[in-house]
Design a protein around this ligand. Sequence first.
Ligand code: ADP
Ligand code: MG
Ligand code: MG
Length: 888
Amino acid sequence: AKFVYDFTEGNKDLKDLLGGKGANLAEMTNLGLPVPPGFTITTEACKVYLDSGDEPVALRDEVTAHLEALEQKMGKKLGQPDNPLLVSVRSGAKFSMPGMMDTVLNIGLSDKSVKGLADQAGDERFAWDSYRRLIQMFGKTVLGVDGDLFEDALEKAKAAKKVAVDTDLDAADLKKLVTRFKKIVKTEAGRDFPQDPREQMDLAIRAVFDSWNGDRAKLYRRQERIPHDLGTAVNICSMVFGNLGPDSGTGVAFTRDPASGHQGVYGDYLQNAQGEDVVAGIRNTVPLAELEQIDKNSYDQLMQIMETLENHYKDLCDIEFTIERGQLWMLQTRVGKRTAGAAFRIATQLVDQGLIDEAEALQRVTGAQLAQLMFPRFDDEAKTELLGRGIAASPGAAVGKAVFDSYTAIKWSRSGEKVILIRRETNPDDLDGMIAAEGILTSRGGKTSHAAVVARGMGKTCVCGAEDLVVDTKRRRLTAGDVVVEEGDVVSIDGSSGKVYLGEVPVVPSPVVEYFEGRMHAGADDADELVAAVHRVMAYADRVRRLRVRANADNAEDALRARRFGAQGIGLCRTEHMFLGDRREMVERLILADTDAEREESLTSLLPLQKQDFVELFEAMDGLPVTIRLLDPPLHEFLPDITELSVRVALAEAREDANENDLRLLQAVHRLHEQNPMLGLRGVRLGLAIPGLFAMQVRAIAEAAAERKNAKGDPRAEIMIPLVGTVQELEIVREEADQIIAEIEARTGTHLKLAIGTMIELPRAALTAGQIAEAAEFFSFGTNDLTQTVWGFSRDDVEASFFTAYLEKGIFGVSPFETIDKDGVGSLVKSAAAAGRATRPDLKLGVCGEHGGDPESVHFFHEAGLDYVSCSPFRIPVARLEAGRAAS
Ligand code: ADP
Ligand code: MG
Ligand code: MG
């Protein structure tokens, strides 16, 4: 294999091999943009290293060959004393990932070559500044020295000279600092800072490889569901210098606003600076627009390049650039992260610009983003106390108690508190705290700061760069003018406006939800734009999707809401919910009935109530299918709690006034008690064990349908039998049901066209689906129970007990109850679908259960050829969108 690619050899589609940064550096190189020459070591080399603990044998020679070619091109050698070539060593995985090793700049500098660099640039200060940066970065990231030690030494040097910023230190100061830094390295790392340039480079490369398995990187991958075996590439890039004086500098930019999608000039620039200085907030950056005054040529060229990149990538790009003495260099680009709202807007804007088509627009948004937009936000009308305003970095409305460090954030959130993590700025060490917090607030840094980027990625509310807030992490307080917020005080942050409030601000629904609800009134322009974009994208999805989307809804109210959200029927109406409340006692009597007469009596009293439920449901879903599942849960759910009742009876007996009824009840509860109710008397088993129960339900459905028919309605009921394991069970229920339906049709003079089908939620049902289809007109895959029974996991227990450990060990990347387990449960779904259709070609196939609203699972069900998914009303828009994305 080839382990090293020159920037001229790669392209943007090679992200697996070259990582995102490397692939895009190559793409820009080949577009003719000014990229400093360099080469990329592949992820394959990293994988070999990680697997074997050593670089592949061929790697060293390949690196040497590419380095020599680079030296030739640049006319200087790495670290050459009189005229040194310097390089940066930059990590770059397929997905950008916090926790990966920070870039090391200025590799090749040594006690000797620092003088050569000074001569070459005619600037001694610059050379020593570059050298102290190298020792600092190398010491911290490659040798593992605590970065604060360098920071403190730098602060001291500034204090000694009574200056505020690093640019005020002169060559002599920096030279002294270098000596100090080298001492720190020696003491802390137990070795000298390496003077051999090639050794510097090789150690840095290794450190990048190793950082793939750092704790932070691993945590991030789990969070983002990025596979652990991708490996990272390493980019070696010849240095250009933004720290060569006021005509140099470095900056970051977006080709359009990552929060609104609007075109314009968005970014930050910092003069006389290198690398991370812009995002680290060590000095105040200026808005990118000001570059026009500072260096018009570079500015114009940058605008030109941004346009080239947008047209080429046909998307929002973010870029990192450096200006060296008036010469512009591109150091990175990638398709930029954006807020959920911006994703919808940008997708439609690009369609309008003719850059992408509707199918592509669908690929530019995700169901997860839509879900995010359906979050509530703060009430505009509420009386609030504004503390200050920062940059709206990641949308949402978050309320919580102020905490000032990650540790407290984690501790408090574990004990059930909602917290807002407040920091001057965040760094990768804050990741766990950010995860634990409701939202993140920083006083420094722009849209491209760590806090902003990571929060956006996590979909977490974030306000950053709220500069009028003074954050004092030592004393755990925040000051805004004369208001002081102490740890534990409640604050509210609005990630869509950047506003920060004292106290709890009430929250209102999102405009997108209002729109789906059909309640959209003329609101703010911003909300209108967003709603218009969502509306258009939903229309694209509805046009192309093949999967229909139904709702899980048990009553008319939910059904109506589901319809507004675009449901095309009900895929699961759980009848047990209809037996709670006042009716629970009737069911209790039914279960405890000793005689047929008693049983008949309770059934007769339940029938009209149940019928009325269905009349309302059919009316709400008129003209659309309504799948009603007959009673499913274990019996004991309708009986009193065994412990409570035992205690009550025992107490009564002690008082010698035990009541006959309670004693009888207790006996029955004991008799019906099951060790493992989920595998016990429930579903169709219940229907067969309690005579008349299913018959009553079928009667209620048929009579309700007949009533609606006679009222000129269009009821389309589907009767669903739960927990079937064998076709015989279904046949018995069916026979009785057919009789009842025929009788009611005859009596009412209607033709009801009631379909009878079953849930497939037991492995045996899936395995004998071909037989079961003989008695079923439809299958609905109950993937919750099917997951439970295929894995042998008790859904009610495992998530809290060992799933965290399983997720941490990488046994699965996500709970199989959340996203369908394609290989196991999914393959059973596929084979059962095929077997069912082989028996009955027009068998209707659907899914009910949480998976029906999960983006990844929806794609799977599309591919498996199902007819519909059914999910909770709120997830319907997400399912519609994902079904469209799956089909386009
Ligand atoms: P990250 O993945 O954290 O963005 P990068 O590898 O992009 O890290 O490096 C961070 C910054 O370092 C870049 O934005 C750029 O400013 C600077 N940098 C990297 N390589 C070079 C180089 N060859 N010359 C000048 N600056 C560089
Ligand atoms: Mg970068
Ligand atoms: Mg079930």
